[in-house]
Ligand binder design. Structure first.
Ligand code: UDX
Length: 428
């Protein structure tokens, strides 16, 4: 089939490349010229495992990019809206970019003859597709739903594993108002070994939020249990590994630590809270999930102060800046509030991340950045581990260059800290 993908962010680019891999002809649309040029030359605009290979294979053949909506709509049968849905200042969803993309799609649809399906892939709160996207497209195209199709098809991709997750999904959800458009969208995934869950758009929208909110809840639950276990001298990892054996619970997302970050969990839980409040419901559990998550970084600094006293003028190494391992993304990373608090307390910060130094420099230019853990640790009076990078697992001799060998682990990552190390776990 011929597909256009609006927005070449992380979801758009990965989806476009993977649809090309599934045999479809794909045109990406973006307002950013530099991203278009990169895609057309087979270079990914984002870091994502497996993406360089797919772009190299398909760019200029099954995959192209343009800034021309009209051209893309004329040359495709299905359009995916994959633009960003950032949070506003209150944490509620900002659908401004989705609205702009819908207007442009509608304008182009006006000139097009033949059936076309518009699919929302961006993460949007329930009712957005039906009450915001659909009316805008009807207004701008002069056509009614039925003359064109509308569907909602959320993504469940993890950053760093997005290509793998797209090609090996554990669920595909297609919400549509009519059978015809749903059938077309579902057929795009033929070739993947996965059942397609068919539903209406608002349920599809809700599934995405509930999925993320549930995983975030598991983490905050594990963190609350971990905080209690630490006080009682109980190993929470032993507790959770036994609890996770109950098949109704499962072992995943029970790792307590510095909390969750990234572009999805914090934003999506807050957006769901915003939507619940809009309909007059006070979502206490979800509010607690966020509150527990926001408390974890401060607990790291508290443990540090319990050991060192005042942090004024002290050199503290921060290992790990990305919100999780295998990405350079620092959005909502738990290291951000930790660095802020360290600086507020008058500490000097020496930071190291295998991929995210450059991104963190844009936020904190005044701290020291190093190209290895050992370099960041030199002369430090304590070290905080903030990200679950594999290379931190085997740190041992590197701690020898510290002034004072105190390690506070926020990710339960150090396997053998070494005998001379004072090792403190955040929740264990
Ligand atoms: C998440 C969802 O997994 C994905 O399905 C959705 O589409 C987008 O959001 P992502 O943000 O890429 O994906 O990262 P993920 O690997 O899920 O981790 C999120 C955060 O939770 C990270 O900061 C990670 O460190 C933290 N985490 C994860 C824990 O603290 N404990 C855990 O047990 C698991």
């Amino acid at each position: 089939m011929k597909i256009s993908v609006i927005g070449t962010g992380y979801v758009g680019t990965v989806s476009a490349a993977c649809f090309a891999e599934l045999g479809h002809e794909v045109i990406c649309v973006d307002v950013d010229r530099s991203k278009i040029d990169m895609i057309n030359s087979g270079i990914p605009p984002i870091h994502e495992e497996g993406l360089p290979e797919l772009l190299k294979k398909h760019a200029g053949k099954k995959l192209s990019a343009t800034s021309d909506y009209g051209l893309a709509i004329m040359n495709s049968e299905v359009s995916f809206i994959c633009v960003g849905t950032p949070s506003d200042s209150e944490g509620n969803i900002d659908v401004g970019i989705v609205k702009a993309a819908s207007s442009s799609l509608g304008d182009s649809l006006r000139k097009k003859k033949g059936y076309h399906v518009i699919v929302v892939k961006s993460t949007v709160v329930p009712e957005t597709t039906e009450k915001i996207v659909l009316p805008i497209i009807e207004k701008h195209s002069g056509k009614h739903q039925g003359e064109f199709g509308i569907a909602m098809n959320p993504e469940f991709l993890r950053e760093g594993r997005a290509v793998h997750d797209f090609m090996h999904p554990d669920k595909i959800v297609v919400g549509s108002l009519d059978k015809k458009s749903g059938d077309i969208v579902a057929s795009l995934y033929n070739g993947l070994k996965c059942e397609v869950t068919r539903t209406n758009p608002r349920t599809a929208e809700m599934i995405k939020y509930v999925n993320n909110a549930f995983l975030a809840t598991k983490i905050s639950f594990a963190n609350e249990v971990g905080n209690i276990c630490k006080e009682l001298g109980i190993d929470t990892y032993e507790v959770m590994s036994a609890v996770g054996k109950d098949f109704r619970i499962g072992p995943h997302f029970l790792n307590s630590g510095a909390g969750f970050g990234g572009s999805c969990f914090p934003k999506d839980v807050k957006a769901l809270i915003g939507k619940a409040k809009e309909i007059g419901y006070e979502p206490q559990l979800l509010k607690s999930v966020i509150a527990i998550n926001e408390g974890q970084p401060a607990r790291m600094v508290l443990l540090l102060k319990n050991k060192l006293g005042s942090l004024e003028g002290k050199n503290i190494a921060v290992l790990g800046l990305a919100f999780k391992n295998d990405t350079d993304d620092i959005r909502e990373s738990r290291s951000i509030p930790v660095i802020k608090e360290l600086l507020d307390e008058g500490a000097r910060v020496s930071a190291y991340d295998p991929m995210a130094n450059e991104n963190m420099k844009k936020l904190y230019s005044g701290i020291g950045y190093y190209s290895s853990a050992a370099d960041a640790l030199r002369g430090a009076e304590a070290c905080l581990i903030m990200t679950e990078w594999d290379e931190f697992r085997s740190l041992n001799k590197e701690f020898d260059v510290m002034e004072n060998r105190l390690v506070i682990d926020g990710r339960h990552i150090l396997v053998k800290p070494g005998k001379d190390i004072e090792y403190v776990g955040l929740c264990w």
